[in-house]
Design a protein. Sequence first.
Length: 265
Amino acid sequence: MTTILQISDTHILPEGPLVSNVLDTASSLEKLIIRINQLRVKHNDIECILVSGDISEDGSSDSYQRFKSIMSLLELPVYVIPGNHDARENMREAFMAENIFTKTGPLNWHKKIGHINLIGLDTLVEGQGGGYLMPESLEYLEKTLNNIKSEPTMLALHHPPFETGIQFMDSIGLENTNEFKNIISNFTGELRVVCGHIHCMMVANLNNHIAISSPSPCSSFEYDTRSSAPVGFINEVDGCLLHRWNNGFKSVRIGPLVGSGPFPF
């Protein structure tokens, strides 16, 4: 059995300002850490934390140090990929001690976590909201999957490789989704694709592989598919995803603890 917890879109700033003058994202992450530590009483087998992009709101070095300070309360390995709000070189420097990034190029990596091959892909195009897998990233993915053969694999990227129906988010989605799909379609093992960006949980089918997006602990986007849908977030906090492999993948959303119980039924 292997268990990985996925957090996404934390949007941390250096101490002081709020995101859009509204969101205290550091406080939201701290509350999620408390929730995760409560969860670990029941699930003490979480092996690592995967953070699927938009770690920072502004890409600053100080924001990454603040993020690392908060995450240290979990005392678990943390593996990260960049999102559109991140800055590649500041992120590379901040997480160099984790020894997953190369010294140059895209922030792609592969780690064996228990029974799972965990792959992180870099979709960041600095200065843009949308994502793109560079040719070297596509080549890295194809080569890594070929080497893995048919072992259970979790593949993380920030931008969803599928249309969400939220039009303002799809306009800043992953540009070369078809190239990505073509590569994973040749993989014969069990593959779970995980992502972030849209601040909600959504499940899609990618050439018979399941893809799932993580909520954000700090805000949400309403599922409004109208072309006239307002562009913006809701200050509604959510949680994270727990992925467990035990002769197959199972994924569950872990939301904020807002109710009481359990009660008999």
